[in-house]
Design a protein around this ligand. Structure first.
Ligand code: ZN
Length: 137
């Protein structure tokens, strides 16, 4: 009897893991949820969505401020849909958004603080970091 129970619990955990990985999450996370919480874990993986990390990678839904008309535009767009003016698009690379300043130095956006960090100087924020570098037209 005990063996059957363990079998059911493990099967449930595997199902949870498969559902979670189908949604783009980590299989192990779903597996552990199912293992620890049983049916509640199953409900959780059915209802919840994997964290934003993966969704952010799409990037298309994220916007930046147009340097010309100050309205929101897609981060990776070169031409503003509102004013049709051109500006350097941001690039999504290795989990970060990147841009260059006038001098051609690479900056990446720290999403938590909203600050631009110069590549290679990760410990201190970029100068005038509240603003996007390189677009002082
Ligand atoms: Zn614009």
């Amino acid at each position: 009897m005990e063996g059957v129970v363990i079998g059911v619990v493990v099967a449930l955990a595997v199902i949870c893991g498969l559902i979670w990985s189908n949604k783009g999450g980590n299989f192990l996370v779903g597996f552990v949820l199912g293992l620890l919480l049983g049916l509640i874990g199953l409900i959780l993986v059915l209802v919840l969505k994997p964290s934003a990390a993966r969704q952010q990678a799409g990037g298309a839904a994220l916007t930046r401020q147009c340097p010309h008309c100050s309205r929101a535009m897609p981060r990776d767009a070169a031409i503003c849909p509102n004013c049709q003016q051109q500006s350097a698009p941001w690039l999504y690379h290795e989990g970060r958004w990147w841009s260059k300043n006038d001098a051609g130095a690479d900056y990446w956006l720290d999403e938590r603080s909203g600050q631009w960090i110069q590549y290679g100087s990760e410990t201190r924020p970029a100068e005038g970091s509240s603003n996007q570098p390189g677009f002082s037209s």
